[in-house]
Design a protein around this ligand. Structure first.
Ligand code: AHG
Ligand code: MN
Ligand code: MN
Length: 334
């Protein structure tokens, strides 16, 4: 018989003691919220969910209707269960503390409710990314500083990709498992365990339109890849860029590759475009758990001590040997 997400979580706890009941509830609730978001995504124009919401988030980005819907679904699903102390989201300026009318739990949940927003209206894969932290024990009243923990402190992380299939991908620090949404049963079913990323790859993902703004190490690395079989790498590379991090990371977890969103000269004061706490950290942990590597060009992403909830970071992640190479090229130039 197929293994449901619930059964997987119970059996993991039994075997490894790494998913206590509150965390299991949290993960089941997140999965339920993702199922609901998946239904909205599928309805598209029929559900009136496409288009802009005519508002901006704290990052100065125009919000799509689905950014806001997904954010609300995640909050409403998670606030009453007693498993959380607070939440943080790409779409909210500051943290959302669980209201007094509900019990407060010991976990903190961070999410990018809808990743790949530019793809919503064109019917291309999008997703939800989430990261779970433990509230520090000394802290009485939960505050933003409780969230500022490095990625290696995560207790669970994952994403749900809304593509041709809806797939939930999860780690609790014991490898990566994938669950496909069975719409007839209404449940996520385990379809892949012990996901491994090949150490080598011939596929890279980067937004090439920013080429003239890159720094030297990134330009040098991509030049090597583009030189193909007659260049120093001695092999031809292929390029893919979905513009949804979830979809690009999902491809890399499935067949290898390297994903890059480096710092560039367009906004030199920002360390990158992607956000550390609810994009780079959960994805980096998944990638490492599958045998890959994730750095900001200089150091392991999971070791970065955050100073701000919405801080940005350069990202190089995926097949181990490629990330190692592009990181070494950065270190050489510094
Ligand atoms: P979001 O939709 O949550 O703001 O994130 C979009 C991110 C990421 O998913 C993707 O890799 C990248 O932005 C695409 O950026 P470009 O449009 O610059 O290619
Ligand atoms: Mn995103
Ligand atoms: Mn988003």
């Amino acid at each position: 018989m197929a293994t449901s997400l619930s059964r997987y979580l119970v059996e993991q706890q039994r075997a490894k003691s790494n998913i206590p009941p509150e965390l299991r509830l949290l993960l089941e609730v997140v999965a339920r919220a993702c199922k609901s978001i998946s239904h909205s995504v599928n309805k598209g124009a029929l559900g009136g969910v496409l288009g802009s919401a005519q508002s901006e988030n704290v990052q100065g980005e125009v919000q799509k209707k689905l950014d806001i819907i997904a954010n609300e679904v995640l909050i409403e699903a998670n606030e009453w269960g007693g498993h959380l102390a607070a939440m943080a989201s790409e779409e909210m300026d500051s943290i959302y503390i669980v209201p007094n009318r509900y019990p407060q739990g010991e976990y903190l949940l961070l999410f990018d409710p809808l990743d790949g927003s530019s793809n919503i209206d064109v019917n291309v894969s999008i997703g939800t990314i989430f990261s779970v932290l433990k509230k520090p024990e000394h802290s009485e009243n939960v505050s933003e500083s409780d969230f500022l923990q490095p990625g290696h402190a995560q207790v669970a992380a994952g994403y749900c990709v809304y593509g041709p299939q809806t797939t939930l991908v999860l780690t609790v620090g014991d490898g990566v498992a994938m669950f496909t949404l069975d719409r007839e049963q209404g449940s996520f079913v385990l379809t892949e365990e012990n996901v491994r990323i090949p150490k080598d790859t011939k596929e890279f993902a980067i937004n090439m339109s920013n080429m003239r703004h890159w720094n030297q190490p990134v330009s040098d690395y991509i030049a090597e890849c583009l030189a193909g079989s007659t260049g120093p790498r001695g092999k031809d590379f292929n390029m893919r860029w979905v513009a949804s991090m979830v979809a690009d990371v999902h491809r890399i977890l499935t067949r290898g590759g390297v994903f890059m969103y480096p710092w560039d000269k367009r906004e030199p004061n920002k360390p990158g475009k992607l956000r550390l706490m609810y994009e780079a950290n959960p994805m980096s942990w998944l990638i490492e758990q599958a045998g890959g590597m994730a750095t900001n060009g200089m150091e392991r992403i999971l070791d970065i001590q955050p100073t701000q909830l919405h801080q940005r970071v350069s990202v190089f992640l995926g097949s181990h040997n490629e990330v190692e190479r592009v990181t070494a090229m950065h270190k050489l130039k510094s």
